[in-house]
Design a protein around this ligand. Structure first.
Ligand code: B1M
Length: 229
């Protein structure tokens, strides 16, 4: 009995330590933009039954945060950041089926995009993945999306939600134009406007008259589903 208990705790400790080592290695390779190694390690982590959310947050996003800090301090430049982003996307592609539960009937329509002037799309793509995982239909307008395009698409497609992502303090102001344009076009009462992205806050959301701020992709998907209930 004691033997089994000791063996089980040693095994689970081994798995935990080994799992942490994989995530640390993943983080390091992501910083170097080594997409193949990142992919292999994500697969290894999946095989070891490490939770997909933990792989995403503690392996991939942790590595990307280091890249972001170095970028800010001019220790790395745009090409390095791009290859790190490519490695991150390669890892996320393997996690997708685990983060998204397939075959769920559409619960509502969302028009999603990164606002005008902004080309960051990794966070936006995660929001899309999580929303689809919750059974929402997402019309992805991509990046650099002007306010008009959000509004016209929402009208044409009869969407219940417009979801805007921004990663730059200089482009988040574009979200205000989306709210204003929705008013001008007479659809403000029919559409819920959701916003998010690293520089965005709840106070900012309130100040521009948008409806929902979410700090991460998972909570954005939860709040979006609640809109259609
Ligand atoms: Co840029 N970049 N970048 N960049 N980049 C940041 C954002 C920056 C913080 C880096 C830094 O200085 N530390 C900084 C912004 C500073 C600021 O405005 N405060 C910055 C800058 C300055 C720039 C350029 C201006 C650099 C230059 O050219 N001089 C330039 C701008 C180009 C443009 O957009 N016009 C630029 C370019 C780039 C690349 C093209 C090289 C590349 C983007 C590649 C791509 O997206 N395909 C890039 C990258 C990769 C970054 C960092 C390193 C990583 C961003 C990322 O993907 N994070 C970033 C530093 C950092 O964030 N650590 C940086 C991972 C992603 C999962 O997180 O997108 O925050 P995030 O998404 C989160 C949440 O925010 C939330 O959910 C996700 C997590 O679950 N979320 C939402 C996102 N959208 C949401 C919407 C919602 C709800 C939640 O509801 C609708």
């Amino acid at each position: 009995m004691v033997y089994i208990f000791v063996k089980l705790s040693v095994d689970s400790e081994y798995r935990r330590d080994h799992g942490m080592a994989i995530l640390e290695e993943m983080n390091e390779f992501l910083q170097k933009g080594r997409a193949n190694e990142v992919k292999d390690l994500v697969q290894k982590a999946i095989d070891q039954k490490i939770d997909a959310k933990v792989i995403l947050e503690e392996g991939l996003m942790a590595g990307m945060n280091v890249v972001g800090e170095k970028f800010k301090n001019n220790q790395v430049y745009v090409p390095e950041v791009l290859i790190a982003a490519r490695a991150m996307n390669a890892g996320i592609a393997l996690l997708r089926p685990l983060l998204v539960s397939a075959g769920v009937k559409s619960k509502g329509k969302v028009v999603l995009g990164t606002v005008k002037g902004d080309l960051h799309d990794i966070g936006k793509n995660l929001v899309k993945m999580m929303m689809e995982g919750k059974g929402l239909e997402v019309i992805d307008l991509g990046t650099d999306v002007p306010a008009d395009k959000f509004i016209n698409t929402a009208k044409e497609q009869n969407a219940g939600i417009i979801a805007c992502s921004a990663l730059l303090t200089t482009t988040m102001t574009e979200m205000k134009h989306v709210v204003e344009k929705a008013k001008e076009e007479g659809i403000r009462d029919e559409v819920t406007i959701m916003i998010g992205g690293a520089p965005v806050t709840d106070n900012y959301c309130k100040s521009i008259g948008a409806d929902i701020y979410s700090p991460d992709a998972a909570s954005a998907a939860e709040r979006a589903v609640a809109v259609f209930v």
